[in-house]
Design a protein. Sequence first.
Length: 156
Amino acid sequence: MKTNLGAAAGPSRRTAKSDSAFRTISEAAKELGLQQHVLRFWESKFPQIQPMKRAGGRRYYRPEDIEFLASIRTLLHDQGFTIKGVQKLLDQNKGKLPGEITVNASDVDQGAVGGFASGVSSNTGLNKAAVEGVLGELQELQDILRASLRDIKKNP
């Protein structure tokens, strides 16, 4: 006589993992609201992300990895940083992300960020390094656009 105990027990057999448990890539992706390939891509862009790898290359993310990934997701998706901008932020903070990114008006060096800093009030969710990173990227884009405009004017 066959019984199907697994089916009878159903989802109740699985319990939620503790906060200190390691997560597989699928569990981490689901928890962070991302696709698995995004986590693998971020591993290639951010050397700070180093999940444990078991035999066969299966990844296991530590709780601190999940927190770090959540911070990167927030910077990229919610605050509008680029990957390059987050990389610069990590470089400026010795590989660590600041817990809360804030800027005080007194902390902003007018010479470093030009007139842009005057439009940044305190508690905007940005810090000086972040503002400088974004400003640098905007200046690069401005140079590219100016060069393109010159080319268009020369060859209408």
